[in-house]
Design a protein around this ligand. Structure first.
Ligand SMILES: *Cc1c(COP(=O)(O)O)cnc(C)c1O
Length: 485
């Protein structure tokens, strides 16, 4: 299809704004004025509607099909929550409205939502203080690492290293490094798929500021020895960070605080009812143990004796603001409504079904594909296409592209890095058994193709408007417009 700019006809109009009824403003000083006309297209309203409708039909989302993207939790989010996020009493609030007195009653509801969601997240993670400000998982990690750094500074600790398992999400080392730390990987045990405790013991020292752990890890395996990890770390006054981006694996079943973790972030846009992709908006709230509460970002919402809510800025040890105002409030609002809608028992069921669905898929697919860590999984699991590659020259990317032709979004591929030709599959709790069965059949057809006609998979996808791009060329010479010729 052509770009909207190619459909532009000089002089054609979509809308005609009314004549201005205010005096013309003084023009900006010439240095601020643009030198060329902006490159805008001229198109009728109908042609614009058709253009964007056609584009949207080419998109793939959870609302159009199964999207088993490991680690990213692309699950269905109830539409009623979008409606709640759109309530005028919230969506039209200005963040600078007064908290009390004139107009103060307008913001009391929003402050209460913040306060209550913070308490609910503390309860779910087993910790005592929370901030909703971070606007993504990685942003939550950075916030958590800054809190840990502030704690060590406050104690006069000289520490400069953060230990991170080799299977961790790439954001973990990035966040630790932006917070000023050197990072060192800790190996995963090849048998169990869990952190190698012996290597942790060998690497940890007085210089260790923190250990960052994801549990279940990116192989989808729950580490039963986490309490050991937190004990080892605490002997050195190292703080233990829990990456809870995929909290839908353990809600109501496991609280990181109970196992000794000091800091947790959760991704509201994976677990708590905000659809995501393409960069947001999201939220990565952080909860912390008692001894880290003084370092949380300001401002903090507090409940007064008369049950009104207000913002408090008086936390001298705080790391300060980490986002403008209160973070992505609408995302927090949806999470709050989602948690209240399901309740504690409902959230536990969410996790139980996420785990059940993943194990159901895993046990069928391991008959067709290699499963390097063959253990009960949590919300996701990782297959490998290494055998297919050796036997038929079919790689994980070929399986992924083949799935597109079968009407599915591909799983995450080539992550985690410790599995060759990795295919990381997360069905999520919202999918039915029928959908999972159909997906198993699609994966079976691809495995058969790989054996009989591998070249057809090298050509895939053939049913989309753009076929297989040359990935190196696409990365080196980014020319998005050339696709339309
Ligand atoms: C998604 C994810 C993150 C990062 O979250 P963003 O919101 O994308 O920044 C971190 N860790 C894990 C395990 C994740 O799955």
């Amino acid at each position: 299809m052509s770009l909207i700019f190619h459909k532009s006809v000089p002089g054609r109009r979509g809308i005609k704004p009314p004549r201005p009824d205010v005096p013309k403003a003084e023009p900006l000083e010439s240095q601020y004025q643009r030198r060329q006309e902006p490159a805008l297209c001229e198109i009728s309203e109908l042609d614009a509607v058709r253009h964007f409708t056609e584009l949207s039909n080419r998109n793939f989302g959870v609302d159009s099909g199964f999207y088993p993207l490991g680690s990213c939790t692309m699950k269905y989010n109830p539409k009623v929550l979008e409606k709640i996020a759109g309530f005028k009493g919230f969506s039209e609030l200005h963040p600078l409205l007064p908290q009390l007195r004139q107009g103060g009653m307008l913001v009391q509801g929003a402050l209460q939502i913040i306060h209550e969601l913070e308490s609910m997240l503390c309860r779910l993670t087993g910790l005592s203080g929370c901030t909703l400000q971070p606007m993504a998982g990685a942003h939550g990690e950075l916030t958590g690492m800054m809190i840990i750094a502030a704690y060590h500074r406050d104690r006069g600790n000289q520490k400069d290293v953060v230990l991170i398992p080799d299977e961790a999400h790439g954001t973990n080392p990035s966040s630790a490094s932006i917070a000023g730390y050197k990072t060192e990987p800790v190996a995963t045990d090849k048998e169990t798929g869990m952190l190698d405790l012996q290597e942790l013991e060998n690497k940890i020292s007085d210089r260790t500021a923190a250990v960052m752990l994801t549990n279940p890890n990116t192989l989808g395996i729950f580490n039963q020895h986490v309490q050991k990890v937190t004990e080892i770390a605490h002997r050195f006054d190292a703080q233990v960070y829990y990456d809870g981006a995929n909290f839908n694996a353990v809600m109501g079943r496991f609280r990181p605080g109970d196992a000794g973790f000091d800091v947790v972030h959760v991704n509201l846009h994976k677990t708590f009812a905000t659809p995501h992709g393409c960069g947001g908006p999201g939220a990565g709230p952080v909860t912390v143990a008692d001894h880290l509460v003084p370092f949380l970002p300001i401002s903090r919402v507090v409940r007064r004796k008369d049950n009104t809510f207000t913002l408090n800025y008086n936390y001298p040890k705080s790391i300060g603001y980490i986002a403008p105002f209160y973070g992505n409030f609408a995302v927090c609002l949806k999470a709050c409504a989602y948690i209240m809608m399901l309740g504690e028992e409902g959230l536990r069921e969410v996790s139980d079904h996420a785990v059940l669905n993943a194990n159901y898929l895993m046990n069928h697919l391991k008959k067709l594909y290699e499963l390097p860590y063959d253990r009960t999984c949590m919300h996701e699991f990782v297959l490998s296409a290494r055998k297919l590659q050796n036997e038929h020259d079919v790689r994980a990317v070929d399986v992924a592209k083949g799935l597109i032709d079968q009407g599915y979004h591909p799983p995450t591929v080539y992550f985690p890095l410790i599995v060759a030709e990795a295919m990381m599959i997360e069905p999520t709790e919202t999918e039915s058994k029928e959908t999972l069965d159909e997906f198993i059949e699609a994966m079976r057809r691809i495995a058969e193709k790989a054996a009989k006609d591998p070249d057809s998979l090298h050509q895939a996808p053939t049913t989309t408007s753009v076929g297989r791009p040359d990935e190196v060329k696409a990365a080196r010479e980014m020319d998005l417009a050339c696709l339309t010729d």
